[in-house]
Write a protein that binds this ligand. Structure first.
Ligand code: NAP
Ligand code: HSE
Length: 338
């Protein structure tokens, strides 16, 4: 029997519980799921009642002890926020541990520092869950579309605002009522201003731009407008005129490139946009996301699926854990039989 890969979970909220639920129930999933074991889980409030079943893991309110546990080989950061998440991830990397994170706010601001440290330490930091919830978009941009010159990445990349806008358009429900529902469903960020002000979509388009076009994007320079000023009647008028209102994030190559050689030749923005009802993005409703990638020679590819919530996000997190575990196993086999 192969030795189990020890996982340390930082956070047991919406995403952490989803991850625990998959790893604690390996039946009929990829055989490697059987080889993953949650060792320790960090939460903020130990007295809170938890719905997740954790068979053999220890719960702690000391996240550093999770990172430092010698039985933990992979640290899964699903606690959110910039600090202490950044320090904990850097500590894991320094200890030679690979990291999986869903934290787009952190990666959009400190992704370069983290990637540099990971490369130097020879470990992985995988971020599939950071953009598009359950939609595989990070690996396709890093690998499957690698032969293309990407010209544009655009789409709906915030589930909460798309859920709100869809229900406003289809049921005429007031904005604030739907936001409360999106929070109950676990779609919204801890501070939902990140969703409705467009900041979360800006974090995600910064990450996608870096992957699609190479180089880093200054997150603070992305023009960002959210949906807080929209009312049900705006969405209703738009519909009657043949449009859906969607919060779009767009990143496109500028041709010709600007004179300023310090910045990537890109136009990046997040804003509510009128989308003709016959456009493929107009039919993307509810918590779903859709990302259009335009490249040469592939043309246009659309990635579509659930963009937030426990199950879809955990699906992406576990895929990253399995990738790391799989690489470890391949290397072990390879070492045994060169
Ligand atoms: P959440 O429900 O608020 O859960 C956060 C968890 O982290 C909680 O268990 C909390 O403990 C724990 N935590 C927070 N600060 C801590 C600290 N200083 N020490 C120890 N534990 C701490 O958040 P979430 O929705 O799961 O999101 C987690 C991350 O995933 C965020 O970066 C978010 O942006 C990202 N994400 C979320 C979704 C989604 O659909 N929700 C989708 C993609 C990515 P307590 O339980 O004791 O409060
Ligand atoms: N709050 C985010 C959203 C979670 O609604 O899209 C998924 O990243």
């Amino acid at each position: 029997m192969s030795k189990k890969v020890g996982v340390g979970l930082l956070g047991l909220g919406t995403v952490g519980s989803g991850v625990a639920s998959i790893l604690e129930n390996p039946e009929n999933r990829h055989p490697l799921v059987n080889d993953i074991q949650i060792i320790q889980v960090a939460v903020r409030d130990l007295s809170r009642k938890r719905s997740s079943e954790l068979t053999n893991a220890t719960l702690t309110d000391n996240p550093q002890s999770v990172v430092d546990d010698p039985k933990v080989a992979v640290v899964v950061e699903v606690m959110g926020g910039i600090e202490p998440a950044r320090t904990l991830i850097m500590r894991a990397i320094s200890a030679g541990k690979s990291v999986v994170t869903a934290n787009k706010a952190l990666i959009a601001r400190h992704g370069e520092e983290i990637a540099t440290a990971a490369n130097a330490a020879g470990v992985y930091v995988l971020i599939e869950a950071a953009v598009g919830g359950g939609i595989p978009i990070i690996e396709p941009l890093k690998q499957s579309l690698g032969g293309n010159k990407i010209n544009k990445v655009s789409g709906i990349i915030n589930g909460t605002t798309n859920y709100i806008l869809s229900r406003m358009a289809n049921e005429g429900v007031p904005y604030t009522d739907v936001l409360t529902k999106a929070q109950e469903l676990g779609y919204a960020e801890a501070d939902p201003a990140a969703d409705v002000e467009g900041f979360d979509a800006a974090d995600k388009i910064a990450i996608l731009s870096g992957l699609a076009f190479g180089g880093s994007i200054k997150r603070s320079e992305i023009p960002t407008q959210g949906i807080t000023k929209l009312q049900s009647r705006d969405v209703d008028f738009a519909k009657r005129l043949g449009y859906a209102v969607k919060l779009l994030a767009i990143s496109e190559r500028l041709d010709p490139s600007p004179q300023d050689s310090n910045s990537l030749p890109l136009a990046v923005r997040v804003k509510p946009t009128l989308v003709p009802l016959n456009h493929p993005l107009a039919g993307v409703d509810g918590v779903n996301n859709a990302i259009l990638v335009e490249g040469d020679p592939i043309g246009q590819v659309m990635f579509y699926g659930p963009g937030a919530g426990a199950g879809p996000t955990a699906s992406a997190v576990v895929a990253d854990i399995l990738n790391i575990a799989g690489i470890g196993q391949t290397q072990k086999k390879h070492n045994r039989k060169p």
